[in-house]
Every structure is written in C-alpha cells, then in structure tokens.
Design a protein around this ligand. Structure first.
Ligand code: CA
Length: 279
C-alpha cells in the first residue's frame, strides 16, 4: 500500500499521538472510530482469511508472500507501521504477521494500537535471541511468534496454529476436546487420559493444561500460564510454574525428560505441540 487517504492518515496520527496508547481511553477512541467505519470496511473487503504482512525487509516479505501464496492465502503487504495500521483498519483480515523492528514505529506500539480495535490473530516475526521482546509482544496480545530466519515449513505450522481461531472458522467445528498422539483432554468435563487411561491432575495443573488446549500449538508466556493456574501474575510464581509443568509432564509424557507434548520455549514459556504421529 503506497498511498494513504487523508482520513486514514489523520486517524493514525490521532492514535499515535495519544499520551498512552494502551489505556481504556484509546480503546474507546478506536471503537468509536471503528463504528464509523464499519460499513465502509464491509464494503471494501468481504473476504475472510486475508493475511496482512507488516515487514520492512523486502526480501523477507517476498519469502513470506511466496510461502503464503503456495498455501493459497490472499496476502496484503505493508512496509511500515502506519501502512500496517491503515490496512488493519480497512481490511477484514484473518491474520496479521508483524516484524517488531519497523522504520517508522515500534512494532510493539503497532500491536498495541491494532489490539485496541481488533481481535485478529497476530503472529510476531522477530529475530532469534530477542526473547524479551517476544514475551512483551505476547503479553500485549500477540498470539504467537516465529523467529527469523525460518523455514517455509516452520512458517506454515505457525500460521496453521494461529488460523485455528480465524473469524471465518465454523463455531460448530471448534471443539473443547483435544486428542493428539495418545493425549486426550476434555476441557468441559475435566477429563484427561493418556493412552486411554484416565489421570488425575491438581486444580492448577488442569488450569495450565486447559490453557494449552484452548491455544494448542501456540507459545504461552510464563505470566499467562501462571495466571491460568493460580489467577495471579506474581513473578515469584514462575518457579512454582516450572514445578507444576514438571508434574504435568510426569503424568502425560511417555518420556518426561524428553517431552513431546509440552515443549519449553526458552526465555518465553511453553507450547503444547500438535504432533503428527498416531497414538
Ligand atoms: Ca525490520
């Protein structure tokens, strides 16, 4: 998108110059803005499942575009934060992929702004070793991350996990029962079986597993898992979380020392993998 109309430019200027872009104040401003534009947005793009790439590196953008095209996703591109916000305001999107290092704005602020008016899944694309930024982005409301450089296969896996919650998905097809490689978790009934045998979990252990199942395939931060287990975000609870994860692994993993279901995301948290093998 090379050109922004005057209204869009004014709107983004307005959003960007707020003293705090994360408060309820901006949330209200943005929702008013969206109310006004709802009909316009519906006319502009009725398609679901469009992926918006916000990335300033043309070579990496090309890689993303080609990988997505092979998977038959429709792609929109933005080379900076402002173009990205404009596209998110004007287009019905299924997924946003965003680089954190953008030329005009901090990618973190772009996520914050988009989250103030949209629940679209956001996949952060960031350099390896940038764990602190990834955690901050996930805690801000991004759904998952992928490290640069990455393979087309890694990218496809992450996109599939993120796309499980696409707005176009049929509610009926979503299930609260997770069944994968011998592990079955029925979130509503509170039943967990491993190779057909029911296992007992404590309340925090089930709280964590429930969070994993509802967001299977995605990286969940320590903070998020601590909250799922104990309803608090005290940093000191991270040590207790590790103990809790170890206990869950002892119950659900065939080799707890080499876990396959719950994998560690170093410096970030944990992820419930969706395994391809049969039980
Ligand atoms: Ca960049």
């Amino acid at each position: 998108m090379a050109f922004l109309c005057a209204t869009t430019r004014r709107t983004i200027d307005f959003l960007c110059t707020r003293p705090s872009v994360c408060g309820a104040e901006v949330r209200n401003d943005a929702s008013e803005l969206c109310d006004n534009w709802e009909s316009a947005r519906a006319m502009i793009d009725l398609d679901m499942g469009v992926v918006l790439i916000i990335e300033d590196d043309p070579a990496f953008r090309r890689f993303l575009r080609h990988t997505l095209a092979v998977q038959r996703y429709e792609v929109r591109e933005a080379g900076n934060g402002r173009q990205g916000i404009a596209a998110a305001l004007h287009t019905t999107l299924g997924l946003i992929m965003i680089d954190l290092g953008l030329p005009d704005m901090d990618g973190m602020d772009v996520i914050r702004l988009i989250r103030s008016f949209s629940e679209v899944p956001i996949l952060v694309v960031s350099n390896r070793g940038d764990e602190e930024a990834k955690v901050a982005a996930l805690d801000l409301g991004a759904d998952d991350y992928i490290s640069k450089p990455c393979t087309a296969e890694e990218l496809t896996t992450r996109i599939r996990s993120a796309s499980r919650d696409w707005p176009g998905d049929d509610e009926q097809e979503r299930s609260t029962v997770f069944s994968n490689a011998g592990l079955m978790v029925d979130v509503e009934r509170g039943v967990v079986t491993v190779d057909g045998c029911e296992i007992e979990l404590s309340e925090p252990e089930f709280g964590i597993l429930r969070e994993f199942v509802l967001h299977a395939g995605r990286a969940l931060t320590h903070r998020r898992l601590v909250r799922a287990a104990w309803g608090t975000e005290e940093a000191s609870d991270v040590r207790v979380l590790r103990t809790c994860i170890r206990r869950i692994r002892e119950k659900i993993e065939r080799s707890p020392g080499q876990p396959r279901h719950i994998v560690t995301e170093a410096g970030i948290g944990y992820r419930l993998e969706i395994l391809n093998d049969s039980p």
